[in-house]
Design a binder for this molecule. Structure first.
Ligand SMILES: [Fe+2]
Ligand SMILES: [Fe+2]
Length: 254
């Protein structure tokens, strides 16, 4: 194959990966009942609790999934991109800034303010995951543990592209509770989890995931396997949010 043809193939693979990544915007993983509700206005304490419990139950696994993507991706360039993502999940070397730590303190603090009495992160964690959340987590793990690096990279591409838009939507909804914070500064201080993701981390992860997904593709067949992993992750995510929205309805009327 000539150098020119090889270059053309690389460009076309990168373009396909880019289009695949952009397809999340039309999916039900981002356009759904849950987000409409979450951004639509303030919810009851019970409904916000459902979100907090299920979002935490699902997010506790995020860094482990990125770690699995490091282990289960052989291609060196792709692996290096995954390592950068993992390092950022763990607070760029500062344990107090690990994303899970920031999330737990945000959720416990918000619920405490809404309830008017102390809610701890341990209490939020102790609530059992919904069957749909458990299904999401086991489906996610199966993808990231796949012995086919193309499947792993497809799932990672979906996870990281959904994450940026998910975080901006979640943040928009969080602004509905600004009034429970004494000052604007206090609110923004509490929102560090969102700012690290929207301002930097998830932007980088999207770029890193696009590079690593393209790195494991040599041809259309590889791309098809990446697409399969990607689609499976998007579908799992849509089902996860459907479960959260349904539980909110139950908890609202309970
Ligand atoms: Fe994160
Ligand atoms: Fe990420």
């Amino acid at each position: 194959m000539s150098v020119l043809t090889q270059e053309h193939d690389r460009t076309s693979i990168e373009k396909s990966v880019e289009n695949l990544a952009a397809s999340v915007h039309k999916s039900e993983a981002l356009n759904n009942d849950f987000y409409d509700r979450w951004m639509g206005g303030p919810l009851s304490f019970g409904e916000v609790s459902v979100f907090a419990e299920q979002y935490l139950a699902r997010t506790v696994n995020t860094s482990v999934m990125v770690a699995l993507s490091v282990l289960n991706t052989e291609d060196l360039d792709a692996r290096v991109e995954c390592v950068k993502n993992l390092y950022s999940e763990y607070g760029n070397g500062d344990p107090s800034k690990a994303h899970l730590v920031l999330l737990e303190s945000f959720l416990a603090d918000l619920l405490t303010r809404l309830k008017g009495e102390q809610v701890t992160a341990a209490e939020v964690r102790a609530v059992p995951a919904l069957p749909t959340t458990t299904a999401f987590s086991s489906g996610q793990r199966a993808l990231f543990e796949s012995d086919d690096q193309r499947t792993v990279q497809g799932a990672l591409l979906a996870q990281e592209n959904l994450a940026y838009s998910m975080l901006t939507r979640l943040y928009e909804g969080v602004r509905n509770y600004k009034s429970v914070y004494a000052t604007d500064d206090e609110f923004h201080e509490a929102c560090e989890y969102f700012y690290v993701h929207i301002g930097e981390a998830e932007k980088d992860h999207k770029i890193q995931a696009a590079i690593s997904a393209a790195a494991v593709c040599r041809d259309e067949d590889d791309l098809a396997v990446v697409t399969e992993g990607f689609t499976r992750f998007v579908d799992l995510t849509a089902d996860y949010w459907r479960g959260v929205a349904a539980e909110m309805t139950r908890r609202k009327t309970a």
